[in-house]
Design a protein around this ligand. Structure first.
Ligand code: RB5
Length: 148
């Protein structure tokens, strides 16, 4: 499995812990930045990660900003991306099982480093699209995208 990760200055606080988790799980990583705490624009990093996932160069993506909201919204503008903005293990599991999320967004000002690792693990370990009902709804999202 290959995962792309990206963040802005608000999310960088979580990055090292998540990188460590991914390495420990033997996951290949593409880190698109940012690489220090200097103020940067989160849409740039949301898009970079989303494009890698959308193109099939990475299986999944993780994006981090202050709240997870801005970078998650940016990622969701890229075709084929379903980025769940998650705050805890429950929402991480649900966005895999119900939304087949191929990306998640976390907030460095919302969750602790310790929690971020548990949240990412919950998402990676959850089965995707649990049941036909959820798959139908995800297909409906794709239809909306194709009409846009
Ligand atoms: C940056 O200050 C902040 O706006 C950003 O990290 C994020 O929270 C946006 O949604």
């Amino acid at each position: 499995m290959k995962i792309a990760i990206g963040c802005d200055h608000g999310g960088i606080v979580l990055k090292d812990s998540i990188l460590k988790l991914l390495s420990e799980r033997g996951i290949e990583i593409i880190d698109v930045g940012c690489f220090d705490g200097e103020s940067v624009d989160y849409p740039i990093y949301g898009e970079k990660v989303a494009r890698l996932v959308s193109a099939g160069e990475c299986d999944k993506g993780i994006v981090l900003c202050g709240t997870g909201i801005g970078i998650g919204i940016a990622a969701n503008k890229v075709k084929g991306i379903r980025c769940g903005i998650v705050h805890d293990e429950f929402t991480a599991r649900m966005t895999a099982e119900h939304n087949n999320a191929n990306m998640i967004a976390l907030g460095g000002r919302i969750v602790t480093k310790e929690n971020s690792v548990n949240i990412v693990s919950a998402w990676l370990d959850a089965p995707t699209c649990d049941g036909e009902r959820h798959l139908n709804r995800v297909n409906m999202i794709t239809e909306i995208e194709s009409k846009s």
